[in-house]
Design a protein around this ligand. Structure first.
Ligand SMILES: [Zn+2]
Ligand SMILES: [Zn+2]
Length: 140
């Protein structure tokens, strides 16, 4: 499902107001087409759109709950987020020494994971994280 449709569905189901602010924040995240942090939103989006930090946090919280945005377990000082729709197209490879993150695609592994059925549990999303040492760190 497209991110905008997901937002509309979530708002409807939870009887929440449809605000221009929420839509424009989601549109901003869509056009970023990359991983982002709270700082990305604060330094760029919040300033140009005159939106308070509190609203940015609240909207992000809502996007996480609605499964529109995913929080990645990447190392580092900042929490890294990504649009679910985008994150579902690839997996992540993480260097445990320098924290470098690379996206990769493995259709076979993704298919296997997605086809898995759990008893008494409904899968909503899934992500593959591979931890290791990058070539830069290895060659040091
Ligand atoms: Zn990614
Ligand atoms: Zn490294």
């Amino acid at each position: 499902m497209k991110s905008i449709e997901k937002l509309e569905k979530y708002l409807k189901e939870h009887e929440l107001r449809h605000t221009l602010e929420r839509t424009s924040m989601l549109e901003y995240i869509i056009q970023l087409d990359n991983h982002f942090s709270i700082n990305t939103l604060m330094n760029d989006f919040a300033t140009t759109h005159h939106i308070s930090k509190m609203s940015v946090y609240r909207n992000l919280e809502l996007f996480l709950k609605a499964g529109i945005v995913v929080m990645h377990p990447f190392p580092g000082d900042e929490i890294i987020y990504e649009l679910m729709e985008r994150a579902e197209t690839h997996s992540h490879r993480i260097c445990t020494l320098c924290g470098a993150v690379k996206e990769f695609h493995d259709a076979k592994a993704t298919k296997l994971l997605r086809s898995h059925r759990f008893k008494g549990f409904t899968m909503k999303s899934n992500h593959i994280y591979i931890y290791g040492i990058c070539s830069k760190c290895r060659d040091k």
